[in-house]
Design a protein around this ligand. Sequence first.
Ligand SMILES: Nc1ncnc2c1ncn2[C@@H]1O[C@H](COP(=O)(O)OP(=O)(O)OP(=O)(O)O)[C@@H](O)[C@H]1O
Ligand SMILES: [Mg+2]
Length: 272
Amino acid sequence: MSATIAVLSQKGGTGKTTMVRSLADVFGRLGVDVLAVDADPQGNLSDYFDTDPNAHPTLGEVLMGQVRAADAVHGRVIPANLQLSEAELSLSGKIGREVTLRNALMDLKRNRELILIDCPPTLGLLTVNALVASTHAILSTEAQYFSLQGMEQAVQVLDLAHDSLNPQLELLGVCLNIANMRTRHARQTLEALRERFGDKLFRTVIRQSIAYAESAERAVPILEYRPDRGSDYLSLASEILRRLGKQELLEPLDTLSAEVVPAGASGAYSRA
Ligand SMILES: Nc1ncnc2c1ncn2[C@@H]1O[C@H](COP(=O)(O)OP(=O)(O)OP(=O)(O)O)[C@@H](O)[C@H]1O
Ligand SMILES: [Mg+2]
């Protein structure tokens, strides 16, 4: 499929890392050759993949030009740790600072079908690098404390990356995440997003569930830990495949859903 998707948001804690981990799992189960890239010095994605905390080298070394990206792949992830903050700092004074990740991933892109990049909570240099290295971006947003103004900041950074350095970049979609659709606030947020983003808003809403924190704690993907909850990500994956024009994977996805989700247990919320 050869796509690189950055998952970003205007603020912290909107479920980006969980989205990257869950989608990497779903697409991996479909036989897609997926690589996840942890572009956040917090290293949450690396932990969720159960990567050895001492794994070496990491994305920090890659961005500092010390190793090739291929040498930093551990299983299905290029991990990160606090050293990535140092790399970001040292990058900030350099020419070509925004294109470093793109250049580093160039070789890998040739033989990977899908790369998913988990962005940090800020719209700084690491997020810009992720956007410049990507063909697509997904904006994740939470209903709680929702602000359209905040969303606009993320859109501005996306537009900037598109206009100045990466004309290929496309907003794949906007996803309402960690949502409790029983609350009026969540429903109003969804409506505001629909008005602003129209068809770019994914119909799938990722429902709020404590199962995600538990699955992260156990370093086990949601489909394995609570398949009924993971069904939200199966539904999101299906929309992503359609938007990427990968219809041939929809049937295997249906088969996977039938296998892993107990009949009638999903109850996924989707805008009619
Ligand atoms: N659908 C969900 N329902 C409830 N909790 C969730 C859901 N998705 C993620 N979480 C939890 O919310 C918290 C934040 O999620 P996550 O780490 O994925 O967000 P993030 O946007 O990557 O955060 P950061 O900006 O700090 O990197 C975590 O504790 C996670 O387990
Ligand atoms: Mg995160």
